[in-house]
Structure formats: C-alpha cells, structure tokens
Design a protein around this ligand. Structure first.
Ligand code: NI
Length: 254
C-alpha cells in the first residue's frame, strides 16, 4: 500500500472528476492521502474531502504564497478547524522566496511563526514548504524545538537534511525527484535513512516522469517509490511499506 502524504484535491484542476478520482485510489494501491490546505477556504475543503473518504486526511494552514491578507484572527479560525478528528497536521506553511509577487519575506516569516506556535500549542506536526528559503526556514523551525515536521518536496542540501533528521524531522519527495535536472534530491535520498523519508505527489503539480507536465494524481505516486527504490538499491515494495509506516507514525494515523 502507498501513502501519498501531500496532494491538493481542492485544486480547480480536479473540478471535473475529483470524487471519482479520490474514490478510485484504494483500488490503485493508494490507501492513504493527506490533503494540506493553502488558505482557510482550501483547508475547509480539505476537511470536507477527509470527511467523505476514509482514506483521506486533512491538514490546515496558510501557504506563504497565499498569506497576503493574513491577520491574527486566522490563527483562531485554524485552531477551530484543527479540532476535526481527521486533521492530522498544520500545513502547508513555510517560506517562498521564488516568486517576486509573493508577500514580503518578513511578513511570510511572521505568518510561519504564528502557525508554528499554533502547532506547538495543539501538539500537531507541520508540513513545511521551503522554496529558495532554506536558511531562514531552518532557522525559524529551530525556534520551536518541540514541533516536529516534514519538509515537503525537499530541495535543500544533504547537510541540512542531516540536521533535520537529527532533529527528528522527515523529508518527503515527489515527481521532481524523477526529473532529469534533479540534482541534490537524489543525493539526499541516497544519503539519508529510509525511516526519515516519505513520498507524495503534490498533485495536481509535478507529475513524475514519464508524465511530466500533465496533471498529476495520487495514482502516480508509485513512480516516486520506484525512483527511491532504484537510488537505494532495494525493492519498490519495501519503499512503499516503509514510507507508509513512516507516514502513519508521523501523522498519528492508526
Ligand atoms: Ni503543496
């Protein structure tokens, strides 16, 4: 069984076939999915999907690219949403310095800290988005030593990955690992223990090779498991089994 630990089924791209697609996942071998929120509205949609499907869980959070209008009351709203029994994490939260039109860096940092504080209070893990912001993201998560999390679509160095693993954190990988231009990620996968790795799709984006550029769904997550298996020289079944155990343990899913 495969566990897609990060997929956005609230995305418009799934408007035509969302329900049929989600319902079909267990028969495709994908027994668990976590749908993180990126805004309050998408967090609510994630919870609604989790309520509909046994195999779907939700995370609630405000993504750095969507935090322009953040006010402290949004933390109260997230706290309420997080009471739902199928909410397993705060996410997706973090820093994104890639797009110039993103909110100012200091504002993103403030929103990230507020949400890490909430995770600490609620004793929930966090799902971190870090794009071109490795040093600041790592420094800020270190301010909350009791909070554990995952760096999704990990794109940092082997050295930072070792630091995160020592802190008890997880790293997750998706289709980007299969791209020809993937540079650091394969080294990180080779060097780090499988017990700290999880797999994901980030659907509808980042479809793995040979589907690169097309809409991605959780049915393609096996290609990420196969790539990790190839890098580590073990079977894809072993990767599926261990990353599923890791995900269940991390998110506290029975
Ligand atoms: Ni995402």
């Amino acid at each position: 069984m495969l566990f897609d630990t990060h997929a956005h089924y609230d995305d418009d791209w799934f408007d035509e076939d969302r329900q049929a697609l989600l319902a079909s996942m267990p028969e495709k071998g994908v027994g668990l999915i976590v749908n993180p929120g990126c805004t309050l509205e998408s967090s609510r949609t994630a919870i609604a999907l989790a309520q509909t499907y046994d195999h779907v869980y939700a995370a609630v959070g405000i993504h750095p690219e969507n935090c322009h209008d953040f006010v402290p009351q949004h933390i109260d709203a997230l706290r309420e949403l997080a009471k739902h029994p199928k909410v397993v994490a705060i996410g997706e939260i973090g820093l994104d310095y890639y797009w110039e039109e993103n909110p100012p860096r200091e504002f993103q940092q403030q929103v990230l800290r507020a949400q890490l504080q909430l995770a600490q209070e609620l004793k929930l893990p966090v799902i971190i988005h870090d794009r071109e912001a490795h040093a600041d993201t790592l420094a800020i998560v270190k301010e909350f030593p009791s909070v554990k999390g995952v760096f999704h679509c990990y794109s940092g160095s082997v050295e930072d990955a070792r630091t995160l693993v020592k802190m008890g954190w997880m790293l997750s990988f998706n289709g980007a690992l299969t791209f020809k231009n993937a540079r650091k990620a394969p080294d990180v996968v080779a060097e780090l223990p499988l017990e700290h790795l999880m797999i994901e799709t980030d659907a509808p984006y980042l479809a793995p090779v040979p589907h690169r550029g097309k809409r991605c769904d959780s049915g393609l997550v096996y290609l990420v498991a196969e790539k990790i298996a190839q890098i580590k020289g073990i079977s894809a079944d072993e990767v599926a089994r261990i990353t599923t155990e890791n995900g269940k343990r991390f998110f506290g899913i029975e």
